[in-house]
Design a protein around this ligand. Structure first.
Ligand SMILES: [Zn+2]
Length: 269
């Protein structure tokens, strides 16, 4: 971890470059009407030197809460669960366009618990177990858990990443996504990434690379209003995508398959 003053400019420039390329691709695909749901095939990563294509990466998106579990409540009354799902669905479409295989722990407003359980505690426990079961079913998948933050004092704002303890890639991806938020959305954000403790069940239990993304504070009126807007939700989803791809491209080329300029990637973490 490092403070903003220590964040290399080269890395910031690189994220901006990655973002520009991604944006171009997304605009192209949207314009070509190729946006579709489900899983995609054919990614854009090529390993430096070796020339062999990396297997299409699998991502599990985990929109936090759902159904009877609303999560935090925004100052304007919006439930966290709704924003988590809205951002995750946008991110799903962007990831699919980039060739990722995407699974989601939920795609609607529901708890993922087993049927027939009574009592919120039992249902919440089952909900968490089932989310973890999907991760165990796909041990190769990177997990991005989408949440919104809340605090007693309204002045706090800004995105912050928490990472799991079971896989070293978690911290690397958390840092690159944190850096993407600073580079693309929140230049004043000085928050540091943190490892999730035992109270963050999925971060503690999962063996997958896993990052919990606190997109912003619902207790901050300005940030809450932004997070409720469709446009800002798209910007957040795009920022997460750029951070993920930048984190994965350490040591790889970032290029398109049709032979566009491919400059060697470098690991600067
Ligand atoms: Zn939450």
């Amino acid at each position: 971890m490092r403070g903003r003053s220590g964040r290399p400019r080269r890395r910031q420039n690189r994220i901006a470059g990655v973002a520009a390329i991604l944006l171009g691709m997304l605009i192209f695909f949207f314009a070509a009407g190729q946006l579709r749901g489900g899983t995609g095939d054919g990614g854009f990563f090529r390993r430096t030197g070796a020339g062999d294509f990396v297997q299409t990466q699998t991502v599990i998106l985990d929109p936090g809460h759902g159904g009877a579990d609303g999560g935090a409540v925004g100052v304007n009354g919006t439930a966290e669960k709704e924003l988590n799902l809205a951002i995750a669905l946008k991110l799903r479409d962007m990831l699919t366009l980039q060739g990722f295989t995407v699974y989601m722990t939920r795609e609607t407003d529901k708890m993922t618990c087993d049927p027939g359980l009574t009592g919120i505690a039992a249902r919440k426990r089952s909900d968490m177990h089932n989310r973890l079961a999907l991760m165990e079913e796909h041990p190769e998948a990177i997990v991005l858990s989408i949440h919104q933050n809340q605090f007693e004092q309204s002045r706090y704002h800004g995105a912050q990443m928490f990472y799991g303890r079971g896989n070293p890639l978690s911290a690397q991806l958390a840092q690159s996504i944190q850096d993407a938020f600073v580079s693309l959305l929140q230049p004043e954000n000085e928050r540091q990434i943190k490892q999730g403790e035992e109270n963050l069940y999925l971060l503690w239990q999962a063996e997958n690379p896993i990052v919990l993304i606190e997109c912003g504070f619902l207790s901050n009126p300005e940030e809450c209003e932004k997070l409720c807007s469709d446009e800002y939700q798209s910007q957040v989803a795009f920022t997460i995508l750029a951070g993920l791809m930048d984190g994965l491209s350490g040591g790889m080329s970032f290029c398109t398959e049709n032979g566009m300029d491919c400059t060697a990637g470098e690991t600067v973490l």
